[in-house]
Design a protein around this ligand. Structure first.
Ligand code: NDP
Ligand code: 13P
Length: 399
């Protein structure tokens, strides 16, 4: 994929959207079998003498152990930070995990290797940024698009907040490890991609309605990654080598889109804000975590329903005065083009993903609370925010 990165950088240079495009610092992206030997060769080439692997019990068993053995053969010294689970037995990117990782990274470390899924990558990118050390990404499951992004959604004092940190300098994704990851994580990765239907719509909406920064190139990269998954949903559902490869490539591309833009707008709209709200509620009530991609898959179906059933009528009713007709038509078209909830459910079901909040233990009360409050978690103008802000200011509007 190095050619892909070079192409993106060229396209970004000629993009005239007016936004700053971040340089992609990723020197290598290897997706294949036996790529850990390539990682060891890369580490030697970079002159790294001391590496620290950040993993947890599961991901150490899935990949960290074999990677350590390969690295040892090269004479590189290895330290290990195995992040402890919380009282619900979940590994969470919160203050305790961040401090544990920082304490366990020796001063002589040259590079951090994140071995795991989304949470471990966010812990590693936080440490990497704060300790001014590069980090290498080793995904153990195709579950999120956070491997190549620069944002770290962290739980700080119980609130899920994204901090812009840094991207890895290289990614080594071993297909045999990814194929062996739990099927629920594959379904979650597909859910995180499907969420781009509503996130892309919300991003364009924020731009047209409030002039928020927007980049058509970044949107196109994300859309292309989304469509590549939908077109081959049956291969992803089969979780065979072709399916897993195309899913991890799409997740990596979506992460790159966020990285170029420097913010998560292309990948995270109202559906992510609902998911973050649910996650925080579960943490507060000490309930075991639900996979991020499972939540955003379900919240995408829910929002597709809300946007088509309530937002579109509301929009034509209340926005005619504040937007020119062309923008209004464009916005209507964007939300009309989101696939129907039925179609989204069908896609998620094929991969083994959940489709209804109650399947994830999210009850009606929590859904209702999230629909009226989740928009406050991010400073981003989405249709979800519009519905709430408009509802507050207009007695005509009922949620
Ligand atoms: N930075 C960004 O741009 C993005 C960040 N995110 C963030 O990522 C986080 C969610 O990440 P997600 O990947 O869903 O889940 P986690 O990283 O939290 O991992 C969930 C579970 O996967 C297990 N696991 C991982 N790999 C394997 C494997 N190969 N075999 C067996 N078990 C495995 C872990 O086990 P155990 O922990 O027990 O070892 C863990 O229980 C959220 O905090 C989300 O906000 C999401 C998208 C983008
Ligand atoms: O999860 C993300 C993209 O999939 C990132 O979202 P946030 O930056 O909103 O937390």
């Amino acid at each position: 994929m190095e050619n892909y990165i070079a192409e993106l950088m060229t396209l970004a240079q000629s993009c005239d959207c007016g936004n700053h495009h971040h340089t992609i610092p990723i020197e290598r992206i290897k997706i294949g079998n036996s790529v850990y030997r390539e990682l060891a060769a890369y580490a030697e080439y970079k002159g790294f003498k001391h590496v620290v692997i950040i993993a947890d019990e599961n991901t150490y068993q899935a990949a960290g152990k074999s990677l350590s053995e390969i690295l040892k053969e090269t004479g590189i010294s290895i330290s290990l930070s195995v992040i402890k689970p919380d009282e619900n037995n979940d590994v969470v990117a919160d203050e305790q995990s961040l401090v544990q990782a920082l304490l366990e990274i020796p001063v002589e470390t040259d590079v951090i290797i994140a071995v795991g899924a989304g949470t471990l990558h966010d812990i590693a990118r936080f440490c990497s940024t704060k300790m001014k050390l590069p980090f290498i990404s080793v995904p153990t499951a195709p579950s999120v698009d956070g491997f190549t992004s620069m944002g770290a959604p962290l739980i700080v004092r119980g609130v899920k907040t994204t901090f812009q940190m840094c991207a890895p300098i290289a990614v080594f994704a071993d297909l045999s490890v990814l194929k062996a990851s739990p099927r629920k994580m594959v379904a979650a990765g597909f859910g995180d991609m499907l969420a781009k239907y509503t996130s892309l719509a919300d991003w364009k909406f924020g731009h047209l309605a409030k002039g928020e920064p927007y980049c058509p190139l970044v949107a196109a990269i994300t859309l292309e990654a989304l469509e590549s998954c939908v077109e081959k949903v049956e291969r992803i559902a089969a979780a065979d080598e072709e399916g897993i490869q195309l899913l991890i490539e799409a997740l990596i591309k979506s992460g790159l889109a966020m990285l170029i833009f420097g913010q998560s707008h292309p990948a995270s709209g109202g559906e992510h804000h609902l998911s973050h709200y649910w996650e925080m509620d579960f943490l507060q009530r000490k309930r075991p975590a639900v996979l991020h991609g499972a939540k955003v898959g379900v919240s995408t179906v829910l929002l597709a329903e809300v946007y088509k059933g309530k937002f579109l009528p509301l929009l034509s009713e209340s926005m005619q005065n504040s937007l020119n007709n062309e923008s209004l038509k464009e916005i209507m078209k964007i939300y009309e083009e989101i696939p129907t909830p039925g179609h989204l459910k069908n896609l998620l079901t094929q991969t083994g993903g959940e489709i209804m909040p109650e399947q994830l233990g999210i009850d009606e009360q929590l859904v209702a609370a999230s629909l009226s409050s989740a928009h406050t978690l991010r400073n981003r103008y989405t249709a979800l925010k519009f519905m709430n802000v408009a509802a507050e200011s207009s007695p005509l509007i009922r949620r």
